[in-house]
Each structure stands twice: as structure tokens, then as C-alpha cells.
Design a protein around this ligand. Structure first.
Ligand code: HEC
Length: 128
């Protein structure tokens, strides 16, 4: 969806199907603000496509050490029941920085901090 501003106080919402909807600028601004607040409260989430890539990374790259279903291998198991008592923040730091002196590599060359945190939340919840 794209936004077109005509300069006259009217905003046209152009939907994926090409349908155009007229909106009062005031109402548009308020709903946009509400949207940003909702997004902000949930900690910056990776975009859906990036989420797919991160899931792939988790199962394939992380899975090469932690087991393809994260049940453990060279690295410890990462299922929700294995991570009880460890906060998502703590796990995000391990993912981002690695664990020096062990085989756990730092992932910051490939991930943002928010993405490391998203992965930590994902393993805390369980990938399926
Ligand atoms: C080369 C092997 C390897 C890869 C690849 C790897 N890990 Fe690890 N990981 C380890 C090892 C080994 C440990 C345990 C380190 C230790 O002895 O404390 C570990 C520890 C962890 C921990 C801490 C677990 C705990 O209970 O404290 C998390 C979380 C983790 N890895 C997540 C990931 C994620 C997410 C990825 C992919 C982005 C990943 N790992 C990729 C080997 C790996």
C-alpha cells in the first residue's frame, strides 16, 4: 500500500489492487500515530520476509550445532523447556556476542540486536 499526499489535506490510500480510498488528513494522521505506538510497544519486529530468513537461519545454521530440531548436538538443546530460568535478554546477548572460549560464535555480523532478541523470543516460545 502506498500513500499519496495531494497537498490539499486529502490523502489517497492506494491499495495493492489499485483501489483508491480517500481519507481525511486528520483521521489519517491519528490512525498512523496509533499504528506507530502499537509497533513501538512490541519492540521493533523484523519484517515478515526477514522473519522467514531468521527462521531458516535458526533451523539450518544454528541447527547444525544445536540439532536440526534444536534438541542439542555440539551445542546444548534450545527447546523452551531447556531454557527455563534463562531470560530472553540473556539468550539474546549469547546469540549476539557468542560465548568466547566455546564453539558458540557471535552472530552480530549477520544479525541486528533486535533480530537476536527476536530469535531469543522464538526459541523461548518454541519454533513450532
Ligand atoms: C558452531 C556451533 C554453533 C552454532 C553454529 C551455534 N551455536 Fe549456539 N552454542 C554453541 C555451543 C557449543 C554453546 C554452549 C556454549 C557453552 O559451553 O556455554 C551454545 C550456546 C548457545 C546458547 C545459550 C544456551 C544456554 O542454555 O545458555 C544460545 C541461546 C545459542 N547458543 C543460540 C544459538 C543460535 C540462535 C544460533 C544461530 C544463530 C547458534 N546458537 C549457533 C554452538 C553453536
Amino acid at each position: 500500500m502506498t500513500f499519496k499526499h495531494t497537498g490539499s489535506g486529502t490523502v489517497y490510500l492506494v491499495g495493492a489492487g489499485g483501489a483508491t480510498q480517500r481519507m481525511n488528513l486528520f483521521r489519517f494522521t491519528t490512525s498512523l500515530t496509533a499504528l506507530l505506538l502499537v509497533a513501538g510497544s512490541a519492540l521493533a519486529q523484523p519484517l515478515p520476509e526477514r522473519q522467514q530468513a531468521l527462521r531458516h537461519l535458526l533451523l539450518h545454521d544454528c541447527g547444525s550445532c544445536h540439532g536440526l530440531s534444536l534438541r542439542g548436538g555440539l551445542g546444548p538443546p534450545l527447546r523452551p523447556e531447556d531454557l527455563e530460568g534463562k531470560s530472553a535478554n540473556f539468550l539474546a546477548v549469547v546469540i549476539y556476542q557468542g560465548r568466547p572460549g566455546t564453539a558458540m560464535p557471535p552472530w552480530h555480523p549477520f544479525l541486528s540486536e533486535a533480530e537476536a532478541r527476536w530469535l531469543a523470543d522464538l526459541i523461548k516460545e518454541g519454533i513450532r
